[in-house]
Design a protein around this ligand. Structure first.
Ligand SMILES: [Zn+2]
Length: 135
């Protein structure tokens, strides 16, 4: 459980980092391109042409076409979203637990173990016993 939660947190952090970096790159590129292409009709071919013609100078002789940066930014965003999705899944599977009411002995599934919970059968505030952790 703890291990899965840790993976989950790391996955979320990584996913958010990728999405953030990717979106920042895309926004920065569009911010720069927009004044040049916003008056063009149709706009998308003009934007595509702009991204191929212009490049970004990182310094030290490293130059990359804006189009390549846009592709990397889009890929990073998609990758981050996929990681976020996977983290969610791992989290969900890992935390499903079967709880038992100490009074009526009925069991119910919960998304995670709790110290206090309301029994869905006798509707009392109880300290449920975690019967087993499973998918
Ligand atoms: Zn109960």
């Amino acid at each position: 459980m703890k291990k899965i939660a840790t993976y989950h947190m790391a996955g979320y952090a990584l996913g958010f980092a990728f999405v953030l970096v990717g979106l920042t790159m895309l926004i920065a590129i569009f911010w720069q391109a927009w004044p040049s292409v916003s008056t063009s009709r149709p706009i998308f071919p003009a934007l595509e042409q702009y991204l191929w013609i212009n490049d970004f100078d990182f310094g030290l002789g490293v130059r990359l076409k804006l189009m390549h940066l846009a592709i990397v930014g889009a890929a990073a965003s998609v990758f981050g979203i996929v990681i976020l999705g996977l983290s969610q899944k791992v989290f969900y599977v890992g935390k499903k637990v079967l709880l038992e009411c100490p009074f009526c002995k009925n069991q119910w599934k919960a998304s995670r173990a709790r110290v206090w919970s309301t029994c869905p059968y006798c509707n009392q505030r109880v300290q449920p016993k975690a019967v087993k952790t499973r998918e």
